[in-house]
Design a protein around this ligand. Structure first.
Ligand SMILES: [Zn+2]
Length: 414
């Protein structure tokens, strides 16, 4: 009898300590994610709504996280939203959009100054907004029911059409989307002014620019088969980096940065020419891997153009990555149904660049088996606009992007 009691006591003590251990493990993993959020926030790439408390000192980390969590739990259970139905505008940069109200709510993406949303619920701290038809939450103090002059001019700066962009998040239930591993970021959709709109939407994908993207691997082909050509991932591989870092140009500029300046130029030129534009990224870090980027383009755009600089040093000129002449690859879906469109789009764009006076490499194409092409269900190209030795000044990039617009107009018969 005595022994049994002892055993029970012992069991009780053991289960208590097991619980404690688990609690501590959860807490410290939360601390780790808070730490990375804080360091990203310091880099200016992840959103803010907790500007003051977001930067945690090392010593205070655990306590702060615990408090934040508790506050978040209290908030989401007690929060009462006043039902509203209005358009609101974002007044800050990189503002977090969360799946539930409170600083502990899972991150869904970030919103940019001047962006507009439908607000369906208001409380002093948090607002319920619709992102892609889904209820999401954003700190009320970064929203204004009026488009202020400063946010209007920010929207002007962001898009020459003067319209705020719509934030579009990734949905893992889309076709082929289950293979994506990084997809918490959102793309931005700009609509061309109605007076010039041609109704076509171009996805402009500034290559690279995903923090941590090279530490994660995704399937090269949706069916798990191996890559048929080399490249940054060698032939025969079944997985590739989710988003590689990219090269560095000879003057020290990262390829990701040069791709972005070209993409921003292209965005404005496309909007002026009447195209809608789906921008995959407008900052140094977007948490969207190559598969997520491609699925967003598949969903919301008519064509997909990724912008890159090649890693050679010969200033060889622009070209696109064409679909390799390998039977097994060309018979694999969705490549089988779309490879001719990809190549036709590439030819048109290179033709436009040539007309605009841009330098072209060889015949203007190179066969390459890419994740982008392997998952694209719309005409889609990786466009290399130069290499490490190329001049990437605004003048040269502007000329190249004029060529891309020209090529797209010809592709659509506009
Ligand atoms: Zn690249």
């Amino acid at each position: 009898m005595k022994r049994k009691k002892w055993m029970l006591l012992l069991l009780f003590a053991l289960s208590l300590s097991a619980c404690r251990g688990q609690e501590r493990a959860e807490l410290s993993s939360d601390a780790a994610s808070a730490e990375s959020a804080a360091s990203e926030s310091a880099g200016g790439s992840v959103g803010s709504e907790e500007t003051e408390s977001g930067v945690l000192s090392n010593g205070a980390k655990l306590i702060t996280v615990g408090e934040t969590q508790a506050a978040a739990e209290t908030l989401s259970s007690k929060i009462e939203f006043q039902n509203v139905d209005e358009t609101v505008y974002v007044t800050g940069s990189n503002i977090n959009i969360r799946k539930s109200p409170g600083k502990g709510g899972a991150l869904q993406g970030t919103a940019q100054k001047g962006q507009s949303f439908r607000r369906t619920g208001y409380s002093k701290e948090w607002s319920r907004i619709l992102v892609d038809g889904k209820e999401s939450y954003i700190a009320s103090r970064y929203l204004s029911a009026k488009q202020s002059e400063s946010s209007a001019s920010a929207a002007d700066a962001a898009g020459s059409a003067g319209q705020a962009a719509q934030s579009l998040s990734f949905d893992p239930s889309w076709p082929l989307a289950a293979n994506s591993k990084i997809h918490s970021g959102s793309a931005l959709l700009y609509k061309a002014d109605a007076s010039v709109s041609n109704g076509k939407t171009i996805c402009v994908n500034a290559g690279h620019g995903t923090k941590g993207g090279s530490d994660v691997r995704t399937l090269c082909h949706p069916d798990g088969t191996a890559k048929v050509t080399g490249g940054s991932t060698s032939a025969g591989s079944t997985t590739a980096t989710a988003v590689s870092y990219g090269t560095t140009l000879k003057d020290g500029t990262t390829e990701a940065k040069a791709n972005l300046t070209a993409a921003l130029l292209l965005r404005d030129k496309l909007l002026a020419a009447g195209f809608n534009v789906l921008m995959i990224r407008e900052g140094d870090d977007i948490q969207l891997d190559n598969i997520a980027r491609t699925c967003l383009a598949n969903q919301y755009a008519n064509v997909h153009i990724a912008i890159h600089y090649d890693s050679t040093d010969s200033d060889k000129g622009a070209f696109f990555m064409s679909v390799p002449e390998v039977g097994t690859y060309r018979r694999m879906e969705p490549v089988a149904s779309h490879w001719q469109e990809h190549n036709a789009l590439g030819k048109a764009v290179i033709g436009g660049i040539r007309q605009a006076g841009g330098k072209i490499f060889g015949a203007g194409n190179m066969n390459m088996d890419l994740t982008q092409t392997s998952y694209s269900t719309i005409p889609s190209i990786d466009l290399e606009i130069g290499d490490r030795a190329s001049d990437h000044s605004p003048a040269v990039q502007g000329k190249l992007m004029d060529g891309v617009v020209l090529g797209l107009k010809q592709y659509f018969g506009l």
